[in-house]
Write a protein that binds this ligand. Sequence first.
Ligand SMILES: *Cc1c(COP(=O)(O)O)cnc(C)c1O
Length: 381
Amino acid sequence: MTPYSRQSINKNDISSVVKILKSNFLTQGPIVEKFERKLSKLVRAKYGVASNSASSSLHLACIALDLKPKDIVWTVPNTFAASANCAINCGAKIDFVDIDADTWNLSLSALEKKLIKAKKNKKLPKILIPVHFAGQPTEQKKIWKLSKKYNFKIIEDASHSLGAKQSNEPVGSCKWSDITVFSFHPVKIITTGEGGMAMTNNKRLYEKMKIYRTNGVKKDLSSQLDKPWQYEQVDTGFNYRMNDIAAALGLSQVSRLKNFIKKRNQIADKYKSFFKDLPIKFQKIQNNNLSSYHLFVIQFDLKKSKYKYKEIFNRLREKKFYVNLHYMPLHLNSFFKKKGFKNGQFPVSEKYSKTSISIPIFFDLNKKKIIQLCNLIKTFF
Ligand SMILES: *Cc1c(COP(=O)(O)O)cnc(C)c1O
């Protein structure tokens, strides 16, 4: 079976993990900090807070930005549950901004319209969570300008986009946001098994995320000089820590990041040239962007295909290509429908989800499979 994405583990990845298993610390040793420093340096952020998942990191980010019940958070419908859950788990209200029909990222014009209306109704968001869909950065600089005008904070959900760049600025530098979150789930760009990291340039946010990652406990090194046993619980919190086994894998994987991105871009180019004469649409990559290609999505012109969406999906799966849909619009899940969201509210995301399929893209995907898949897809027209 060929999945839409999967990890690539080499000998060095394995030996790095084995080394930790034989060491003194499986968790709370020195490796997590080492991983945090290495990734921060790579993406040019001042600080990184590693955790046990991007979902946890998104939650920590919302807490650090002081998200409270009755506050409003906006994200896109074309994303994974975690982009909204982080806000809901703080008691905040969630709302959505539709995506652009070509970039499949947050639509800037939809955002501007919604902000103007929200200002009139006094319903402006406290936080906006743009998602770098499939690995392509959102128009961060313009979103940042809007955040200054309308006074909201920005958490970039960069779960798809480690290694991506915008105007030569690495995603994660937080040049145009408050916090940026990466995921290290095995389908993502690099893996730690499960894991995530929140990047920021703000020391206060950094320290707050560290406290809430460890049950609300603050280690105050200065008072430890006087009382070496000293630590202080300042609030309730969570155990969202990453362990050293995971961090060792992450450190080893980061050293392979450039190759991962290169290979994913090569596969994307292959698909694009194979499909160029078919009625298939790809994600429009904006000029100043380098995508990390976590996903490769093809959008079918179903009027020109022999089969319906479901038939295409099943035919691919029958031939052992485990394709997926990213994403069924969040607002159409029963959880959100119960909150009053309806069909037709975010038409671009809805239309996208009826015609799009993520096909395999990952480091160890071989040429033979790519050709086999492409030839199969050609028979659909
Ligand atoms: C994978 C993903 C997450 C959650 O990542 P985990 O590390 O699995 O918690 C959040 N947002 C998006 C867009 C994702 O794709």
